[in-house]
Design a protein around this ligand. Sequence first.
Ligand SMILES: Cc1cc2nc3c(=O)[nH]c(=O)nc-3n(C[C@H](O)[C@H](O)[C@H](O)COP(=O)(O)OP(=O)(O)OC[C@H]3O[C@@H](n4cnc5c(N)ncnc54)[C@H](O)[C@@H]3O)c2cc1C
Length: 457
Amino acid sequence: MSERLVVIGGDATGMSAASQARRLRTPEELEIVVFERGHFASYSACGIPYWVGGEVQDRDSLIARTPDEHRARDIDLRMRTEVLELDIEGRRVRSRDLESGAETWTGYDKLVIATGATPIRPPLAGIDAPGVHGVQTLDDGQALIDTLESSPGRRAVVVGAGYIGVEMAEAFIHRGYEVTLINRSAEPMATLDPDMGVLIQKAMEDMGIRVVCDAEVTAIHTDEAGRVRAVATADAEFAADVVVLGIGVRPATDLARAAGLPLGASGGLLTDLAMRVHGHENIWAGGDCVEVLDLVSGVQRHIPLGTHANKHGQIIGSGIGGEYATFPGVVGTAVSKVCDLEVARTGLREKDAAAVGLQFVTVIIESTSRSGYFPGAALMTVKMIAERRTGRLLGVQIVGREGAGKRIDIAAVALTARMTVEQMTALDLGYAPPFSPVWDPVLVAARKAVSAVRRLG
Ligand SMILES: Cc1cc2nc3c(=O)[nH]c(=O)nc-3n(C[C@H](O)[C@H](O)[C@H](O)COP(=O)(O)OP(=O)(O)OC[C@H]3O[C@@H](n4cnc5c(N)ncnc54)[C@H](O)[C@@H]3O)c2cc1C
């Protein structure tokens, strides 16, 4: 007899799960119904800053597969349909067609919760004024582009200097805007240690971005027509024709919370290795609405990234399709850029290591992306953190130009393999002058970390 799979959320996790389940189960074996409240499914939110900045011209190129393409593969994708309630006992969900307002209950045998994350919007005066935008969804990106194309002003204020904030600062630079970036912490990119954040701030200021740190937005001021005109902090006011908010997200788990499903400290759903919700054999969850295990610290954390969301979807779909697949956890790897500055991190920052009681050594080195004599060689700074007694690698941060960012993957692999910095120095990495110095910058940092461990360990 056919079973029914219901998926809530039709983006990275939800559509990956549905597609993988469909690969493994025929429509006769498994009916698949996906509810998506937005106008778009299967799109890359990660591409939004590059679309806004004009590097990606075509919105539709951010869409991996259209609703009709999914339907042609026997996935019943119901767009503009929001799930309002989960009835866990009755194994059914209540949804509303956002166009007609009609409400329906749909039963399920298996359920996937892939509702993503909700952007944080502090309750400030003016926060909902025309000209103030988020960039969480393709709908948000379209609304922002519509504003930019209809307004002659050229002053942008970006609130929040996480990776989305700095990528949006770059997008506005590409569009020829005067850009102010307002940030609550003392340096941009608080996912790195402050000594690396300072380098990012300096580089952004050199690009002409006004970076205002240690500043909390207190209000958004509007003109007589009610449109945004300025962003206020405790000490200053910054004129703005457009404002983008990038101040973080929280797991979108209101439905799950109301249904009594288990949540962690961050509000993210708690799952086992197969992405099954704890205590519920027939419910899976993944992507931005769950917590993940940080393999370096052993702590559960909310790390909302597309790289995890797609893997979660694949694993969930495999499990539903009858295969064995697990997601062991993450080491906290992320890479980003602002104009030609590449920023990457993996593992623990100093404060993360201290918070879990680890004793550690820290080294910082400067090297170049290519052999020093080779044209185009650019400076990069690598910070490495290792456990003091054992020399186990704990974290790496890199700031530099072309070729710097993706070097973080070396460290991500070393962290996953629980290598010591000494073992890292023996890694057989590729070398030729156009690609790296004979000692890759990551290995230079590892060598210095070995010395520090020997000296202090
Ligand atoms: C601007 C931007 C840039 C990014 N860049 C990167 C990057 O470079 N690298 C990286 O790894 N990650 C990046 N990310 C993060 C990445 O996009 C997310 O981690 C990923 O999209 C999460 O996938 P998801 O399926 O869990 O959630 P989402 O993509 O948020 O999808 C959830 C879907 O569920 C729908 N939904 C929610 N509730 C309901 C409901 N009740 N009923 C029906 N539908 C519902 C929503 O409409 C949404 O479409 C970026 C994100 C943004 C916003």
